[in-house]
Design a protein around this ligand. Structure first.
Ligand code: MG
Length: 606
């Protein structure tokens, strides 16, 4: 029998008959003494598991008391044009996996190992099954069973073709280990804990949307719950050690525990998730409210993880398990985010950040404003200045995170400069100390290069290294190399008056310290003095990256020591994953021959 045929027959078996062992496992995992499960308990006691499965499905179809913040009422769900397209494409096995890639055809007999471009994200994110929930929305809005039938087929097909096998936990993050078997290699992608947590969360939505479908049979319910339990228990024993992955996983654990209280372990699932978030909030978020990836995109993602966890915990009456300390720091994270935002609601593209649509950010602000109703600034952001009040300050510095904002106002005609000069940060942080963005009356004059891609084969990594390199930032390098140390100290921060000032210093290379002084003259003129001192010798270069078509909107003057050569290379800026736009990369370079400091003075006149 061909492998494809064999797998299809496993799926067919799951669709028609319930393996006895599978069923027995499930019933022992449920707390059948819960109110509403009396009939299920009686059927189990009589050994009639088919009747128990039917009774359990009846219970879930009539269970109205548990919803999710995302889908408060499944019958009132709506679907956007892009979600409808995802759902319709999925019927033909054409899957949307992640931004920056086309929709690929995964075969009539789905090949879950298909890897059209060797970007790891494309392989990992396939297993997030992002089209499943849109299929549920399409089913709910149209009533067409074809979406439910196909979802069920694909759901079971995935189970059959992506088995759990033994693998060292550390292998999830490592590429290129040739000693792994095919099944182990596949598991590194299909069962990476971040992907597992994504499914743990989204399958709750799918359950809400599909449970009333004809295709959602008692037999399928048992397969679904078994798979769901297997996912959640796997996740509980394979949490990432740290970082935003751990936050996502903890939040999704709370979803599992809140949505399926019928499992005996659910109290523990919720407790585990809440404890991790309480602990990590104080660890991953600096006291000033900055998140330790030093990446505005992940900062936003983390705020939303915490909010989602709070919302879900609130739905199951556990919001009191988050102490005031947690809420205070969350509020600070939001204030931080608002303060680094430009008047058009975009953030700097520092680290691996990308642009977020204003309508999405506004939706977030509305939600945050509901969570902190007394915060006038949040209401002001949520209402685009129609309600609430803006803060009574303009420029603001975050000394723990190393984010400094000079601004003339919060209106569309503002000039705003954001400087990044902080601690080493975590994985998404780039070696860019001292870099800045400059936004002037609706135009980004010095946008950060962004990240373009995350990781994959050598060609993908070549682009990643380029975009995250120090030279691709508005800062200074020695021999074109990336910074050896990224731990800036703030020597002076003076955010008020006609001349506002920041002095920051980074021990950039062995024998070379970079002191950058920025003077902000009411948004009319900005003077940047770069002093490079120490014993190191070599080529010292100042890099500036004006935005595409930004050059006509300011005057630039750079003064370096005698012998400074100005040249230009090909620069790029990426606002979205796998999208890049050409722009000039301006370089002023001089040979540092001895201990004598090199000084560049840059004047930007607006
Ligand atoms: Mg960058």
């Amino acid at each position: 029998m061909r492998p494809g045929r064999r797998i299809l027959s496993i799926v067919a078996l799951l669709l028609t008959a319930l393996p006895a062992a599978l069923a027995a496992d499930l019933w022992s995992r449920l707390d059948l003494s819960r109110p509403g499960l009396e009939k299920v308990e009686a059927c189990c006691a009589a050994g009639d598991y088919d009747a128990a499965a039917s009774a359990l499905l009846d219970y879930y179809r009539s269970r109205k008391c548990i919803a999710t913040p995302e889908i408060p009422s499944p019958s009132k769900v709506s679907i956007s044009a892009s979600q409808q397209k995802m759902a319709d494409d999925a019927l033909e096995h054409r899957f949307f996996v992640t931004d920056g890639y086309e929709v690929y055809f995964y075969g009539d007999d789905i090949n879950w190992r298909y890897w059209p471009v060797h970007d790891n994200e494309l392989r990992w994110q396939l297993h997030r099954q992002k089209w499943f929930t849109p299929m549920g929305m399409a089913f709910r809005t149209s009533g067409d069973e074809k979406y439910a039938e196909e979802w069920k087929r694909q759901y079971l097909d995935w189970i059959a073709k992506n088995p759990l096998v033994d693998i060292d936990a550390s292998e999830f993050e490592i590429t290129g280990n040739m000693s792994l078997s095919d099944a182990q290699e596949n598991m590194r992608f299909a069962w990476r804990p971040l992907e597992v947590s994504h499914r743990v969360q989204d399958q709750v939505f799918q359950f809400q949307l599909f449970v009333d479908a004809k295709a959602f049979t008692p037999v399928f319910l048992v397969a679904f719950l078994e798979n769901y339990y297997r996912h959640t228990e796997f996740l509980r024993h394979h949490f990432s050690k740290k970082g935003n992955h751990l936050l996502f996983q903890a939040q999704r654990m709370i979803y599992a525990g809140a949505f399926f209280p019928e499992f005996k372990e659910t109290a523990q699932w919720r407790r585990t998730g809440i404890d991790i978030l309480n602990r990590e909030m104080l660890k991953q978020v600096y006291p000033d409210g900055g998140q330790w990836e030093l990446d505005p995109h992940y900062h936003l993602a983390c705020i939303n993880i915490f909010c989602k966890a709070l919302d879900m915990a609130s739905l199951c009456g556990m919001d009191h398990d988050f102490p005031t300390e947690f809420l205070d720091r969350l509020e600070k994270m939001m204030t931080f985010y608002g303060n680094i935002c430009y008047p058009d609601y975009q953030t700097p593209c520092f680290s691996d950040a990308r642009l977020t649509e204003k309508r999405v950010t506004l939706r977030d602000w509305k939600r945050w404003s509901r969570l902190f109703p007394y915060n006038h600034y949040f209401r002001w952001m949520a209402s685009e200045g129609k309600e609430g009040a803006e803060p009574d300050y303009q420029s603001v510095g975050y000394l723990d995170s190393g984010f400094f904002v000079f601004r003339t106002s919060r209106n569309a005609d503002a000039v705003q400069m954001v400087v990044k000069a902080g601690p080493p940060g975590e994985w998404h942080c780039q070696p860019d100390n001292g870099t800045f963005e400059l936004w002037c009356r609706g135009r980004q004059l010095f946008p950060d290069s962004g990240s373009y891609v995350y990781g994959g084969d050598e060609e993908v990594m070549r682009w990643r290294r380029l975009f995250r390199s120090t030279a691709f930032h508005n800062t200074v390098t020695l021999d074109g190399k990336d910074l050896e140390k990224t731990c800036s100290r703030t020597l002076l921060w003076q955010p008020e008056g006609k001349v506002q000032q920041l002095v920051t210093e980074n021990p950039s290379y062995e024998g070379l310290t970079h002191r950058r002084t920025i003077e902000f003259y009411e948004g009319k003129r900005i003077v940047i003095k770069d002093e490079l001192y120490g014993d190191a010798t070599g080529k010292v270069a100042l890099h500036l990256h004006p935005g595409p078509d930004a050059l006509p909107y300011f005057r630039l003057k750079v003064k370096g020591p005698a012998g400074t050569v100005r040249r230009e290379e090909q620069g790029w800026v990426s606002y979205h994953y796998r999208e890049k736009v050409p722009r000039p990369h301006l370089i002023w370079e001089v040979e540092k021959k001895n201990h004598k400091p090199v000084v560049f003075t840059t004047t930007i006149t607006l």
